[in-house]
Design a protein around this ligand. Structure first.
Ligand code: NDP
Length: 332
């Protein structure tokens, strides 16, 4: 069975490809350049001759994936812009690529009768209501939607809000597409919070590290900052497995899956890493005395667990991520 993975040189896309290969699928990955594809294989020699690469320079082009989807049984649409800083135009930099990229993937799938399901990497950002008091203990489930309007999405000066809106509107576009066109395939979205994990994808410098891993890198790169961030997290390998899991699971036909290991609290990450790597105490940030806020909203991952999805332990995620980040940093 052949699976098209869009954005295979990204942080999550690379792991989705690895998970698919481990489960016996064949993988075709879209990349913006062959140089990046070669770099992915150089970094992960076990991928040599395992992934078929196709160049898709810009996912915004209407027929972006038309050739790439030929003969595919499934599609994992992972590619989407993910940055929250230095944004000058929310529409052209975030909203359009996210929405049009998703629609391009679905339009392409319509042209390939073999496609049975399109799994889309959405986000907890499409679920959370940023206007709600984060301390009200609200329990987010698959039923919740970020209420941001398109007008706010275009005009907000807050990068995180603009990015979150791009995920909401792209997921919504996908669900409307299925309702209106009743295609021969169905969809499923995976909605993760902060994704942490070992980066195996190409990058130019540690500054170009993907957004979500930056929170952990800042705690271990010698800067000794302690931002005391509290949110929710999931391991990139769990997310990758969730994509594979969602491809064929009947209960997830046109489904939505919230995936979370549990809370991300930077003080706890520091504590775990200081215990595991005492020899690195000069470069790991000390935990602050800000206590864990028990009243923070919850991310309910019970559906994923009831379907049998398993999660890495948080400690394992921190240790494996830190180890890989230190290893990658030596390259630059
Ligand atoms: P990355 O930035 O590492 O990956 C984004 C991927 O999308 C890259 O492969 C990138 O290509 C590709 N891409 C972006 N814009 C375009 C474009 N216009 N044309 C072609 N390709 C494009 O981020 P992540 O791996 O973290 O994110 C992947 C997906 O997961 C996104 O949909 C994101 O919203 C979602 N997500 C991520 C979370 C996280 O915490 N990391 C949490 C929730 C959801 P290139 O490799 O060439 O840059």
């Amino acid at each position: 069975q052949l699976v098209l993975v869009t954005g295979v040189t990204g942080f999550i896309g690379a792991h989705v490809a690895v998970s698919l290969l481990n489960k016996g699928y064949r993988v075709r990955g879209t990349v913006r350049s062959m140089e990046k594809a070669n770099e992915l294989v150089r970094l992960n020699p076990e991928l040599k001759d395992k992934i078929e690469f196709v160049i898709v320079k810009d996912i915004v082009e209407p027929d972006a994936f038309k050739d790439a989807v030929k003969d595919c049984d499934y599609v994992c649409h992972v590619a989407s812009p993910f940055f929250v800083e230095n944004i000058t135009d929310n529409k052209t930099q975030l909203l359009d690529p996210a929405v049009k990229g998703t629609l391009s993937a679905l339009e392409a799938a319509i042209t390939e009768p073999k496609v049975k399901r399109v799994v889309i990497t959405s986000s907890f950002a499409a679920v959370v209501n940023r206007g709600r008091d984060p301390n009200a203990g609200y329990n987010y489930t698959e039923k919740d939607w970020n209420p941001v309007s398109y007008e706010e999405a275009v005009s907000t000066k807050n990068g995180l809000s603009a990015y979150s809106a791009s995920k909401k509107f792209s997921e919504k576009a996908a669900r409307d597409f299925v309702k209106e066109k009743q295609p021969h395939f169905d969809i499923c979205t995976i909605n993760p919070p902060y994704v942490l994990g070992p980066p195996i994808h190409p990058m130019n410098s540690m500054e170009s590290l993907n957004v979500s891993n930056q929170v952990l890198w800042k705690l271990i790169n010698g800067s000794k900052v302690q931002p005391s961030v509290q949110a929710y997290q999931v391991d990139v390998r769990d997310i990758a497995n969730a994509h594979v899991f969602a491809l064929e699971n009947k209960q997830l036909s046109n489904g939505r899956l919230l995936v979370s290991q549990g809370p991300l609290f930077t003080n706890r990450i520091s504590k775990v890493l200081l215990e595991k790597f005492p020899e690195k105490k000069d470069i790991i940030s000390e935990p602050s005395d800000v206590p864990f806020n028990e009243k923070m909203h919850k991310v309910d991952s019970s559906l994923s667990k009831s379907l049998g999805l398993q999660y890495y332990s948080e400690e394992q995620t921190y240790v494996d991520t830190a180890t890989k980040l230190w290893e990658r940093a030596k390259q630059f």
